[in-house]
Design a protein. Structure first.
Length: 150
């Protein structure tokens, strides 16, 4: 598990995750309810089967609360981030981390053609890298102590 691994590998390790979404004409309050119920920080915004935006907790805090908007009276389309930065399953962990850092985002939808096949968070990528480092440390300890296979 290292920086050159693909997002396909990260998604496989993450396991089958239900992709949650909301329509742009729904209220921000409804979106927040879904995020709270599923303990997630962002929600895909889908219209006519196409990804049109992402609504995150950060969007709500900055574009909603600070602007004095009320979540029950505000449509998702008014607060979502769009256009959406996306990645493909073939992109690397390193490329995705760079994209997230450069664009100051925490969630990336994974698309194959026009179809959303997953979503990754910065937390998913950090876990991936830490897991790889733990494996490397374990192998080095085994090598040093003479218990390394081979």
């Amino acid at each position: 598990m290292n920086f050159t691994d693909t997002i396909t590998m990260v998604l496989k390790r993450k396991g089958a995750v239900r992709l949650l979404s909301i329509a742009p004409e729904r209220s921000v309050y409804e979106a927040l309810e879904i995020m709270a119920e599923h303990d997630i920080g962002a929600l895909l915004v889908i219209a006519d089967g196409r990804l049109v935006g992402v609504l995150s907790e950060r969007d709500y805090a900055r574009k909603g609360i600070l602007a004095g908007l009320h979540s029950r009276d505000t449509k998702v389309s008014e607060m979502m981030s769009s256009p959406v930065h996306t990645v493909t399953p073939e992109q690397t962990v390193d490329a995705c981390m760079s994209m997230m850092t450069q664009n100051r985002i925490r969630h990336l939808p994974v698309v194959k053609g026009d179809q959303v096949v997953g979503i990754i968070s910065i937390g998913d990528l950090v876990k991936w890298v830490i897991s790889g480092q733990a494996q490397a440390i374990e192998a080095l300890e085994g090598y040093i102590t003479g218990t390394y296979p081979g």
